[in-house]
Design a protein around this ligand. Sequence first.
Ligand SMILES: Nc1ncnc2c1ncn2[C@@H]1O[C@H](COP(=O)(O)OP(=O)(O)OP(=O)(O)O)[C@@H](O)[C@H]1O
Ligand SMILES: [Mg+2]
Length: 258
Amino acid sequence: MADLLSLVGVNKVYGQKVKTHVLKDINLAFKKQEFSAIIGQSGSGKSTLLNILGTLDRPSSGTVYSNERNLSSLSDDELAVFRNRMMGFIFQFHYLLPEFSALENVLIPHWLGQGNPPPDILKLAKQLLDRVGVSERMNNKSTDLSGGQQQRVAIARALINRPGVILADEPTGNLDSDSAEQVNQLMREINEEFGTTFIIVTHDRHIAARCDRVVEIKDGAIVQDYLTAEREERENWEELAPRYCNLRKGEVEWVNKR
Ligand SMILES: Nc1ncnc2c1ncn2[C@@H]1O[C@H](COP(=O)(O)OP(=O)(O)OP(=O)(O)O)[C@@H](O)[C@H]1O
Ligand SMILES: [Mg+2]
């Protein structure tokens, strides 16, 4: 099966005069229905990586593929259409539009891509709000909702175009622990019900530990990439590590020491 989304030899360098090499030769692939975490310290390049996976930003070199299609050759307009159909986004701050109701916010990605929603899309939006537990407040302005409710509306919004993949950048970073737990649980249920691939950037090791796969980035390079279940089962983790680790030269020692 072709990878849903993959990066081959991706580098990202910011700046003209002073160059910051933020992503270093990243090779990474995600399959359909995978539920993965990307972890790493602040400034390690997680958001940059997610933005490139989500085609919100382009790599300085290297290639982004989706189902074997080379996305680097698409124009910005073509990419916008691709992204609108294929991807949903959840950010730490929900970015709901304050002057619109919860229901209208959920419909926005459809409006942007395909104009006025027909009855079946309106029905889907209501079903999604019901699914995330906010249907009773669908006609309230988004500013009238709690932080946890707003983030759940943002999840419904990310799902309205039935994307193959949802990219989430610290989706629970701004929530109290109960709301974070609910949002996390909800993402997992959606992953199982709809087969949606999730790639979740998180600081929270507890959340990461409950993902199927964990990719760790350090100083712009992938230092670990493992399946959580296999790691838990194996006492001799070090033997397994090289199989999943996409290591840059010299970092094998560092990983094996951990
Ligand atoms: N537009 C930009 N121009 C210049 N440097 C940038 C830009 N965006 C990010 N960087 C730098 O790239 C590095 C990685 O940033 P990134 O936002 O990807 O980190 P992160 O892992 O998401 O961190 P955090 O956990 O704090 O969100 C940082 O050193 C940052 O300062
Ligand atoms: Mg970030």
